[in-house]
Design a protein around this ligand. Structure first.
Ligand code: NAD
Length: 246
């Protein structure tokens, strides 16, 4: 029970990778804040966790909205007193070739994936700085490291997260806060389910381990980065991609 008496807030945790992270940290004793825009799914996830005997509750928050983010952090601290672990996991795609991409789809993806992580990091850091301890993990992507045709907005947002990770790691280190990122490869989730068969096949061919990852693979990496075992690791980008990029 590595995370007993620790509070973990995961954005976009109603389903997919965020949910797997919540389950993993809960199974090791953390109190969980499920935060999402999909409240029915968020409540269902909380119920699943509670049924297993884990402490969890849900708060609705759109990470791209500064007022929502402020309220989310305030409510979390009011309920659990501390905020020890925060995972910027919420993310969306609006894929199309760059030449055809609308300004609206560019802004939407950057607002949620990158500005959302900035707003969350800023609000969380204020609490963690007072505590003089904390762990922040940003869910970036292999696509932020290598680019991907049809994902100019998404890859830019995920590359931006790498810069945010390193800058905030430098700013917060003296307060006992580590900030790291995970760059997943192709993970089976509702986000990747909708990709065309040929795109899935291409990713499979390029992945050295010849299988797609599972949300639990990312959750295991998060559990390591937020543990005491990783206390000397900050500003790093951990690739969990099955050898898609080396
Ligand atoms: P998903 O679509 O299943 O989950 C994303 C969650 O984020 C959803 O619950 C959604 O409601 C929530 N969300 C969307 N907009 C939000 C907002 N404005 N505020 C709060 N929550 C919001 O996708 P997933 O595959 O579980 O992805 C989780 C994260 O992992 C994303 O950041 C994604 O970019 C990243 N990622 C996924 C893969 C993959 O292969 N699946 C690869 C690399 C990175």
């Amino acid at each position: 029970m590595k995370f007993e008496n620790k509070t973990a807030l995961i954005t976009g945790s109603a389903r997919g990778i965020g949910k797997a992270i919540a389950e993993r940290l809960a199974s090791q004793g953390a109190r969980i804040v499920i935060s999402d825009v999909l409240m029915d799914a968020a409540e269902a996830t909380v119920k699943e966790l509670n049924d297993k005997g884990y402490e969890a509750f849900a708060i609705k928050a759109d990470v791209s909205n500064a007022d929502d983010v402020q309220a989310l952090i305030k409510e979390t601290v009011a309920k659990y007193q501390t905020l020890d672990i925060m995972v910027n996991n919420a993310g969306i795609t609006r894929d199309t070739l760059m030449i055809r991409m609308s300004e609206k789809d560019w802004d939407l993806v950057l607002d949620i994936n990158l500005k959302g992580a900035f707003l969350m990091t800023q609000a969380t850091a204020k609490v963690m700085m007072k505590q003089r301890s904390g762990r922040i993990v940003n869910i970036s992507s292999v696509v932020g490291q290598m680019g991907n045709a049809g994902q100019a907005n998404y890859s830019a947002s995920k590359a931006g997260l790498i810069g945010l990770t390193k800058s905030s790691a430098r700013e917060l280190a003296s307060r006992g806060i580590t900030v790291n990122a995970i760059a997943p490869g192709f993970i089976e989730s509702e986000m990747t389910e909708k990709l065309p068969e040929e795109v899935r096949n291409e990713f499979m061919k390029a992945t050295a381990l010849k299988r797609f990852g599972k949300p639990e693979d990312i959750a295991a990496a998060v559990a390591f980065l937020v543990s005491d075992d990783a206390s000397y690791i900050t500003g790093q980008i951990l690739a969990v991609n099955g050898g898609l990029l080396m």
